[in-house]
Each structure stands twice: as structure tokens, then as C-alpha cells.
Design a protein around this ligand. Structure first.
Ligand code: GLA
Length: 415
């Protein structure tokens, strides 16, 4: 894959610590920097480094100077509420996307990938990121880079956001540009909008603010971010790809956004004027919702209202180590996504049902945008064999490495 277009002159390559964006004063995210992080000792790192080095050498000759990485995420709960101003609970993953790069004294941006057979779909993301940076006046240097991703594409684990963020970090760092994490999250989301998906902020904030020690609760109304504990030692998160690749731009994702926008307008016309977003409509007003809206609108709003409440149920349950309560909320979330928000598909429902009856599984649900993609489950010790056997019985389904990973960063290239 190659992006080439005339660029302004370059500044020195500098994977510097990025400074906080002064325009943002949100609690919890003020001052966040996308900085250097310690190198991980994952044995797969060696293989990926070699793959990137080989591809870089073949494409450009010589070596990159830096590598930018951005993690995928698994959203534990709070699905399809980020663009309604609701709370979400993503865990950033060790699975990530990397861009090995160097600034060059030339008027071009040239980005390749180690992946085979993914053009041209892949290309629209870097193209969109570059276009947004240019439009907003963020300097972009002459640049050579190679992308390598460990994230399954279309698995609902935020592969597109990881790509956008890694490319955005690489392009801005190569130009020596200090872009705050909150600003970069917004720029990357705007780039995703250009690809045709009216997505919320969750995936980008998760990539840029995630932590290895547990999930973060993001309040998508005010941008506040809070750390939340992981499950007690008796339990762990399991992630399963259904094997059904989802494609948000082609899915009903944008239709849900539009349906909900219409529902909110109707509610406001009917006197619910204190709700600027659907997340502001509390459970106490569901009777009004049912009276004012048709069946479809009622179901869509009911999902948003109940899902927002479930996020805080899960946060409180994790804080006291109550796996039963977390599991019950996961199961209720799936029913709501399936029946009220209509973003699941029968193959995913069948997998949720099959995993849900395995002894020791506290709860399971679809995760991410839906229409295929992945499932997240809270599972007890001793369930591994039964879970693996269940996944093996479902064609195309695979276990995904759920290991948590740190936020996006830029580090010097280590040969
Ligand atoms: C996709 C979008 C997110 C979010 C989820 C559903 O991942 O990119 O913004 O809406 O779907 O929770």
C-alpha cells in the first residue's frame, strides 16, 4: 500500500513525549501524554520486529527510527452508548497495531503494510487520517512507514481505531509535532467518520488512555476517565471471535445512530427537554418513552438507558469482587443488544448461548459494534477446556488472546 502526495518540508524525526493538549480541560484526561513506554518482553515481539524490519528494508532501504503502537480493546460493557454520551468500560489489549517509521527529507508520505491482500480497504484509514491532519493544520513530515497489525480485522476489537491512532501518532511524531492524546483521539475519530462510520469516541480513547492494570470507565459525555479494577483472581475475561467479520460502514450502525437521533428529537418535542443526549434519559422516564415513541424507538432507547445503568452496576460489582453481579449484567446486556438494539446476529447469539451454559462461566455477551465480531465472557478458573471445546464446535470461531496492554506510545526503534 502506498500513499503519496506532496508534503511540506520536514522537521527532524522526533518521537518525543507528546505534550498535553491545552485546549482540553476535561477531568481525568487533562495532561495525558502519549509518551515513551518500556519495551515489552513478549516473545512475539521479536518476530514482529523482524517482520517490520524486513518489510521496511525491502520498501525503503535502511531502518526505521521509531515505532508507534496502538492497542485494540475489548469493551466489557457499555455497548452502543458512547455516541449517546453514556459510560463505557473498555480494556486495552496487548494485541496491537505498529507503525515502524522514519522522517525523510522529501515531499512525500509513503506508508506500506506487512499484511497481504488487504488493499484497498486498509488504505482508506491512513488516507483519512492524513487528510484530517492536513485539514486541521497539523504538520506532517516527509515520511516512510510500514504497518504491522496483530489485531484480527473486523473482529469487533477496534482494529480500525488502532490503525488510525498508530498512523496518527507516527505521522505527527515524525514531524516533531506534539499532539495531545485527547486531541489525537478526536482527530482519529473524525478520520473514522470520513470512512463512513459515525462512531463514538470509545475506541480512540481506549487506545490512547487504556491501561494494562484493568479497564477504564470513560464518561462519553464529559470525557472523564477513571480506572476500574479487573475481576478477582478466581476469574478472568475470555474473548472469542465468532469468525463472522463485521463491517460497520456496511452495517446498520449508522442506521442505529439515525434512529436514536430521531427518537431523541421526538422525546424532546414531547417535553423531555432536559435530555441533551439519550444517556440523559433515566430509567424513571422509560414509561414516558414507551408512551411517546413507537415500538422500535422505545426498544432502541430502552437499550441505551438500561445499558448505561449496567455499566455502573458492573463498575460497582468489580470494585467489590462480585462476579455474579458482573455476569448477570453481561447476560442482560446481550439480551438488550439482541432484542432491543438489534445489533447481534444469530451465529453470535448461538455462541453466546453455548458459552453461557458452561459451568463456571459467570456471563457472556457480544462486544464491539456487533453484526458479527467477538464475544467477551467472564469465566472462572477451570473452564478453559470446556470453553476451548465449545469454541472448536463452532465453525470459524477462535479464542482471542485477552491479555491487557498499555496505551498507545512511540518508542525509538530497537534493532
Ligand atoms: C464501534 C464504534 C464505537 C462504539 C461500538 C459499540 O466499535 O467504533 O464507537 O459505538 O461500536 O459500542
Amino acid at each position: 500500500m502506498r500513499m503519496t502526495r506532496a508534503d511540506r518540508g520536514i522537521s527532524a524525526a522526533a518521537a518525543q513525549r507528546l505534550k498535553p493538549d491545552r485546549r482540553f480541560r476535561r477531568p481525568g484526561i487533562r495532561g495525558k501524554m502519549c509518551g515513551m513506554s518500556a519495551a515489552r518482553s513478549d516473545p512475539a515481539d521479536g518476530a514482529r520486529r523482524r517482520r517490520l524490519a524486513t518489510a521496511f528494508e525491502a520498501a525503503f532501504g535502511g531502518r526505521p527510527t521509531h515505532v508507534a503502537r496502538a492497542p485494540g480493546r475489548v469493551n466489557l460493557i457499555g455497548e452502543h452508548v458512547d455516541y449517546h454520551g453514556g459510560p463505557v468500560l473498555p480494556q486495552s489489549l496487548a494485541l496491537d497495531t505498529r507503525v515502524a517509521f522514519r522522517a525523510v527529507p522529501a515531499d512525500r508520505v509513503d506508508l506500506r503494510t506487512t499484511a497481504v491482500g488487504v488493499e484497498p480497504a486498509w488504505q482508506r484509514y491512513p488516507d483519512a487520517m492524513l487528510a484530517v491532519l492536513r485539514e486541521r493544520g497539523v504538520p506532517v513530515a516527509g515520511f516512510e512507514g510500514v504497518v504491522d497489525s496483530a489485531l484480527p480485522i473486523g473482529a469487533g476489537l477496534s482494529s480500525s481505531a488502532a490503525l488510525l491512532v498508530a498512523v496518527g501518532l507516527a505521522l505527527t511524531s515524525a514531524a516533531g509535532e506534539a499532539v495531545g492524546a485527547a486531541r489525537l483521539a478526536e482527530l482519529a475519530r473524525d478520520a473514522e467518520h470520513r470512512t463512513g462510520v459515525a462512531s463514538g469516541a470509545m475506541d480512540f480513547v481506549a487506545a490512547l488512555f487504556g491501561r494494562v492494570d484493568g479497564p477504564i470507565r470513560i464518561d462519553c459525555a464529559d470525557g472523564a476517565i477513571a480506572p476500574v479494577p479487573g475481576p478477582p483472581p478466581s476469574h478472568r475475561w475470555a474473548v472469542v471471535s465468532s469468525g463472522m467479520r463485521h463491517e460497520l460502514a456496511a452495517s446498520a450502525y449508522n442506521a442505529r445512530v439515525a434512529e436514536c437521533r430521531a427518537a431523541l428529537a421526538t422525546l424532546r418535542d414531547a417535553g423531555v427537554t432536559d435530555a441533551d443526549r439519550l444517556a440523559d434519559v433515566g430509567a424513571d422516564r422509560l414509561p414516558t418513552v414507551a408512551r411517546v415513541l413507537d415500538d422500535l424507538g422505545t426498544r432502541r432507547v430502552r437499550h441505551v438507558v438500561t445499558e448505561c445503568a449496567r455499566v455502573d452496576t458492573v463498575v460497582a460489582a468489580l470494585e467489590r469482587g462480585d462476579v455474579g453481579a458482573v455476569g448477570a449484567a453481561l447476560r442482560a446486556s446481550h439480551r438488550s443488544l439482541r432484542d432491543d438494539y438489534a445489533v447481534s446476529v444469530p451465529a453470535v447469539d448461538a455462541l453466546v448461548d453455548a458459552i453461557g451454559v458452561i459451568p463456571g462461566v459467570a456471563g457472556v455477551r457480544m462486544t464491539g459494534g456487533g453484526f458479527g465480531g467477538s464475544l467477551v465472557a467472564l469465566v472462572g478458573a477451570g473452564t478453559d477446556d470446556a470453553l476451548a471445546a465449545c469454541v472448536a464446535r463452532h465453525p470459524g470461531a477462535t479464542l482471542i488472546d485477552p491479555a491487557p496492554g498499555p496505551a498507545a506510545s512511540v518508542t525509538p526503534w530497537v534493532a
